[in-house]
Design a protein around this ligand. Structure first.
Ligand code: CAA
Length: 296
């Protein structure tokens, strides 16, 4: 089973990163967005990221051109007809994903592998929306933000995933220059199962007056060697995203450690999503010098 052509559904933050690393690894890659405006935005993000690697001497301008030559943007799902693997990285909405998989199931060859980049939805539930012949060829492939820099990929199997498919996809992740870890389809997989309670606990510590935003961040950065403290990371991931994931995990496990604290809910309701809206635990009005918010 050889993967030659890669399809990526969605050219947002994650999809554009995935398409970029696939084309960089030498795969012919097609990436699809729902309209031309979003597609151009995603392709521009890839261009910027590749330019950064050229600036840093990690790629030559010729290599950048070759990578972009292997990458094709489209607004048509039909463009995935001859892809060996299709990685879906669209909005975290089960209905939308199921709709996309139902269409892809008709368009793609019976051998094509389907992979979802979901961080919290059930791979098994998406798999169940495809035809029985596709189901052993359905996996999760969970990348981390920023995809071009983060080394990890979680490779997720369902109880129906074929072992040879699982190994092919694990090897594919390696060929993308990533370090794959294999896991099973339990909400949150490995990383979010550990990361989400940690992030929620940091918010609870703030609520309880254990320390300030900056002191808790410095505690974990300087005391544990994390590249970002929990509040900087929450703002980076997005408070809306974290709240959404926490709710799904709480729903699945009914354990308090996954329950979103009241402050997180209030911040999401108030539109304080983090970097993407300019304010979260920090105010990014001056991006070079974020200021902690007065929240409690
Ligand atoms: N492409 C190319 N270059 C990029 C880039 C991209 N997409 N993003 C950042 N860079 C560059 C920056 O421009 C910067 O370049 P300069 O050195 O020239 O300034 C360089 O990479 C390093 O970036 P920073 O200066 O911001 O410094 P950093 O050393 O802190 O690295 C980081 C950034 C890799 C993001 C690091 O802070 C980090 O590892 N943070 C933790 C990220 C993390 O935990 N991500 C996972 C989130 S959870 C998730 O994604 C899954 C989920 O389900 C929620």
């Amino acid at each position: 089973m050889e993967i030659k052509k890669v399809g990526v559904v969605g050219c947002g933050l994650m999809g554009s990163g995935i398409a970029q690393v696939a084309a960089t690894a030498g795969y012919e890659t097609v990436v699809r967005e729902i309209n031309d405006e979003l597609l151009q935005k995603g392709l521009a993000r890839i261009d910027q990221s590749l330019s950064k690697f050229v600036q840093k001497g990690k790629l030559t301008p010729e290599q950048k051109q070759e990578i972009q030559g292997r990458l094709r943007g489209t607004t048509e799902l039909d463009a995935f007809a001859d892809c060996d693997i299709v990685i879906e990285a669209i909005i975290e909405n089960l209905q939308e994903k199921v709709k996309t998989y139902t269409q892809l199931d008709e368009i793609c060859s019976p051998e094509a592998i389907f992979a979802s980049n979901t961080s919290s939805l059930s791979i098994t539930e998406m798999m169940a929306s495809t035809k029985p012949a596709r189901q052993p060829r359905f996996v999760g492939l969970h990348f981390f933000n920023p995809v071009p820099l983060m080394k990890l990929v979680e490779v997720v199997r369902t109880i129906l995933t074929d072992q040879a498919v699982f190994e092919t996809v694990t090897d594919f992740a390696r060929r993308l220059g990533k370090v794959p870890v294999q896991t099973s389809d339990r909400t949150g997989f490995i990383v979010n199962r550990l990361l989400v309670p940690y992030l929620l606990d940091a918010i609870r510590a703030l609520e309880e007056g254990v320390g300030s935003i900056v002191d808790i961040d410095n505690g974990m950065k300087l005391g544990c060697g994390h590249p970002m403290g929990p509040f900087t990371l929450l703002d980076f991931v997005g408070l809306d995203t974290t709240y959404y994931i926490a709710n799904i995990m709480f729903d699945e496990f009914k354990e308090k450690r996954f329950a979103p604290p009241p402050l997180l809910k209030r911040m999401v309701l108030a539109g304080l999503y983090g970097r993407k809206t300019g304010k979260g635990f920090y105010d990014y009005s001056d991006p070079e010098n974020p200021k902690p918010m007065e929240l409690v």
